[in-house]
Ligand binder design. Sequence first.
Ligand SMILES: [Zn+2]
Length: 280
Amino acid sequence: MALSLAAMPFESRSSGPDVSFSSDAMVRGGLILLRVQGCESDDVQVVWMGKEIPLVRDREGTLRHGFLAADLNREPGVYPVAVRDPSSGFEKYFELRVNDRDYGVRKIRLPRAKVEPDEASLRRVKAEALAVNALWKAECRPPEWEGSFWMPVNNEIVGAFGQRSIINKKKRSPHTGVDIRGKTGAPVRVSNSGTVVLAADHFFTGKSVYVDHGSCIFSMYFHLDQIRVEEGEQIEKGGILGSVGATGRAAGPHLHWGVQINGARVNPLMLIELSRELDP
Ligand SMILES: [Zn+2]
């Protein structure tokens, strides 16, 4: 169908979709919710930090949303977001700020063998790292998650996200998840629907479950006492994937819960908070 230009309000062609952000700034290890509205075509693209951000439609199909995430180690600064709709020629740039944040320090004492692996354990650690990295390299899968993300164990946080770690008086990598208090054997529930992409017993993280929620959102559950799911299994939000334990490099029973979005390691509690806005 041909439409004369005169019949079409000029604004609807030039202004394009309505793009909004939950904030114009985040901390490193944080995230922002993006909404795109009033765009009929399916091929609207959002690019942030060199990656296309997967967008998910709401139930009515009129609104699309996605998360812009800054890795815990992201250099503070201003980063542009490009929003494009090739079918209408719409293109617009926004600027989002990533701020620094002092997450503090945690000091832990652990048995030496758990911190400084011997030759055989080091080989094991390397193989395990390869298996985990393969997950991050895969293409983003269609979304299985919907609405808000839930706490996997309803209990207090005993180890905050982002803390620099001093283990046995040596500097180690920062804490990329939250530690939740829990008794050995207490059920651990998946934060949102997804597919189990890795379920294994690893040297540092112990019995571990990695869930792919689609649209490049992953959640990880470490130090489990028992794993109750298998790789390839689909699991519904709130379903039990295992139980709290102290396997791997853990000083005592707790759940380490981590989240990765588009390759960025972010604070899972921020995902819970922001995703609440997506519940009907
Ligand atoms: Zn932890």
